[in-house]
Design a protein around this ligand. Structure first.
Ligand SMILES: NC(=O)c1ccc[n+]([C@@H]2O[C@H](COP(=O)([O-])OP(=O)(O)OC[C@H]3O[C@@H](n4cnc5c(N)ncnc54)[C@H](O)[C@@H]3O)[C@@H](O)[C@H]2O)c1
Length: 257
């Protein structure tokens, strides 16, 4: 991917899944990649995998919902890479709550991970990008930002917030050459999604239903989201900001099944 060589990129939640694939795509395009995750061992594993392929990556333990940890991790990234050109806000959890039974603490904890963390990380990265005269932020939202179903409370609300945040940040930062975009994945074959399908009473039927709901007839792979993230982070997307790109195999184009 042109336009990434020599860039320093931070990817949150890169111990596994979409984040790990995004780290690999960015590093493969020539970026130096900081892997942030609250799962330090997983982050180290991703960094070691990339290093084994001759790619430049470093791991940092960080709970991105905790502002003190975010500030400390970005200071470490700066010390290692000297600059931050690209930020991928990918860390997130998909937990479902009953809207009456959910406690205020659970609400605050959940929104801190799925929404506030994107602002906390941007708050750290933007001064570096301003100093460099530009940069790119890619936020990982979800198809649930625009359409949802029962059992997704309050995930859909948090991911809608991520899309709103993307637009606001794009407007606030465009004059400084900082582009901000979002991707909205559909069903992607990562650990939590596979585990959820396996926990269904009839896993084969559930998997078939999900597959056939997609016009492309299958579930997506983490690398298929990663390639969209790397494109938006690169100079190939130089006139794209404030955009939300569906990476969902056509799921959101469908009216009903
Ligand atoms: N897989 C899908 O189908 C799908 C669809 C739409 C959106 N998404 C979004 O994509 C992103 C990645 O999802 P995934 O499926 O790869 O999930 P995953 O569970 O495989 O990976 C998420 C990573 O984020 C890390 N993480 C979670 N909370 C964190 C925190 N507070 N601080 C630091 N790291 C944290 C986890 O340790 C893990 O490594 C999430 O934001 C998710 O909501 C996924």
């Amino acid at each position: 991917m042109s336009g990434l060589a020599g860039r320093a990129a931070v990817v949150t939640g890169a111990a596994q899944g979409i984040g790990r694939a995004a780290a690999r795509r960015l590093a493969g395009g020539g970026a130096r990649v900081a892997i942030l995750d609250r799962d330090l061992h997983g982050a180290q594993r991703t960094a070691a995998e990339l290093a084994a392929d001759g790619l430049d990556a470093a791991s940092f333990g960080c709970d991105v919902s905790d502002s003190a940890q975010v500030t400390a991790a970005f200071a470490e990234v700066r010390a290692r890479f000297g600059q931050i050109d690209v930020l991928v806000n990918n860390a997130g959890v998909n937990a479902a709550f009953d809207l009456v039974a959910m406690s205020e603490d659970d609400w605050d904890r959940f929104f801190a991970i799925d929404l506030k963390s994107a602002w906390l990380c941007a708050r750290e990265a933007v001064p570096d990008m301003r100093e460099l005269g530009g940069g790119a932020i890619v936020n990982v939202a979800s198809i649930h930002a625009s359409m949802t179903r029962a059992g997704m409370f309050p995930y859909a609300a948090a991911k809608s917030g991520v899309v709103g945040l993307t637009r606001t940040m794009a407007i606030e930062l465009g004059g400084q050459g900082i582009r901000v975009n979002a991707v909205c994945p559909g069903y992607i074959a990562t650990e939590p999604v596979i585990a959820k399908l396996r926990a269904e009473p009839d896993p084969a039927l559930a998997e078939r239903r999900v597959r056939t709901n997609h016009p492309l007839g299958r579930i997506g792979e983490p690398d298929e989201v990663a390639s969209a993230i790397a494109f938006l982070a690169s100079e190939q997307a130089s006139f794209i900001t404030g955009a939300t790109l569906a990476v969902d195999g056509g799921l959101s184009a469908r009216f009903a099944t």
